[in-house]
Write a protein that binds this ligand. Structure first.
Ligand SMILES: Nc1ncnc2c1ncn2[C@@H]1O[C@H](COP(=O)(O)OP(=O)(O)OP(=O)(O)O)[C@@H](O)[C@H]1O
Length: 227
């Protein structure tokens, strides 16, 4: 496995609460990692630390071998925009923009002219089963369709890593399964790595590996060979 993103000896405290107590983790190209664990165990802190949103107190985050946790805020936010994609539980699409413009937005932020960005964005609709929904606004989409638009938006910039925080949390079981199946397969096809927090074991089972966190420590690392 060629490592894309690694966390080495990550620690984070909030006052007297230890959110991360020395975590080592890595993900590779076309690799997917699910982070599971009880409420308050440190899952979100770990995801946000790997994504350069939270700075660790100790340890390092390395993207393709280069340290990113000590970059200045401007460089770090530019890096997040270009090299990472994000899928949240819900509510991340801009309600006033059609789906295709929501997907095009990260490309426009990178300086691509609007027409080209929308043209590139449209290519994502068929692979994600969204054909014909390009001009719908988020309020005119089902929860599952909106999450698929969010996946397209996360992948539009061809990121190294996609981070997903409870991406199926607002969906029913069947829709959630369909969304996670697309998320894992499309991310893999694009050659990106996927890091996903979920409390749902069925959703986690779509990933190559599952990491269990408790009290800020990894307690179990399981690997699937047949995914
Ligand atoms: N900004 C913060 N300020 C203070 N304490 C925090 C902060 N963020 C997280 N914590 C604490 O750090 C610990 C880990 O929190 P974290 O959100 O990472 O857990 P989690 O496993 O994602 O939980 P959940 O499943 O409930 O979302 C918890 O005890 C939490 O209360």
């Amino acid at each position: 496995m060629s490592t894309v993103l690694a966390g080495v000896g990550l620690t984070k405290k909030y006052g007297s609460t230890t959110a991360l107590a020395g975590v080592d983790v890595e993900v590779g190209t076309r690799d997917s990692l699910a982070i599971m664990g009880p409420s308050g165990s440190g899952k979100s802190t770990l995801l946000h630390t790997l994504a350069g949103i939270i700075r660790p107190d100790g340890g390092q985050v390395l993207l393709r071998g280069e340290r990113i946790d000590d970059l200045g805020e401007n460089r770090l936010s530019a890096l997040r925009r270009k090299r990472f994609g994000f899928v949240f539980q819900s509510g991340q699409l801009l309600p006033e923009l059609p789906a295709e413009e929501n997907v095009a937005l990260p490309l426009m932020l990178e300086g691509l002219p609007r027409a080209q960005a929308v043209e590139r964005a449209r290519r994502w609709f068929a692979p994600l089963g969204l054909d014909g929904l390009e001009r719908r606004r988020p309020g005119q989409l089902s929860g599952g369709q909106a999450q698929r638009v969010a996946i397209a938006r996360a992948l539009a910039v061809a990121p190294d890593v996609v981070f997903a925080d409870e991406p199926t949390g607002a969906l029913d079981q069947a829709t959630g399964t369909e969304v996670v199946r697309l998320l894992t397969s499309v991310t893999r096809e694009q050659g990106a790595a996927l890091v996903m927090v979920t409390h749902d074991a069925e959703v986690a089972a779509h990933c190559d590996r599952i990491l269990q966190v408790r009290d800020g420590r990894i307690t179990n690392y399981s690997q699937f060979t047949a995914s």
